[in-house]
Design a protein around this ligand. Structure first.
Ligand SMILES: [Zn+2]
Length: 117
């Protein structure tokens, strides 16, 4: 079962967003706190904003990525109920498993190939 192409961009957005936020919070914010360089403040704020923007992009794209088997949203769930076959706790986690080659649908438990998408 092949995953939709859009899923790749959705996952990249999740990865890039998380990376921006982590770098901003753990690297640039502490540096900005202890130094007085204005450029560092600007970079930290830019990274935070792009991180948030990428997260929104991820959620936006997630609304278009559907499971080929059950047609439900592959990376998004309204309920806390996750199929027992899925190793993920929620839809966002699916994005982080994307580049391992396959993900499991959180709704129907179907394994979906993500390589080559
Ligand atoms: Zn499914």
């Amino acid at each position: 079962m092949k995953a939709p192409k859009l899923g790749k961009y959705c996952s990249i957005a999740a990865f890039a967003g998380a990376a921006c936020l982590l770098i901003a919070v753990f690297i640039f914010l502490p540096i900005a706190y202890f130094t007085d360089v204005e450029a560092i403040d600007t970079i930290a704020i830019m990274l935070l904003f792009s991180g948030v923007a990428l997260c929104f992009l991820h959620y936006g794209l997630a609304l278009a990525v559907r499971c080929p088997s059950c047609r439900k949203l592959l990376m998004f769930s309204w309920s806390k109920h996750i199929h027992k076959n899925s190793p993920c706790e929620n839809g966002t986690e699916v994005a982080f498993h994307w580049f391992k080659g396959q993900v499991v649908c959180i709704h129907c438990g179907q394994t979906i190939e993500t390589i080559g998408t």
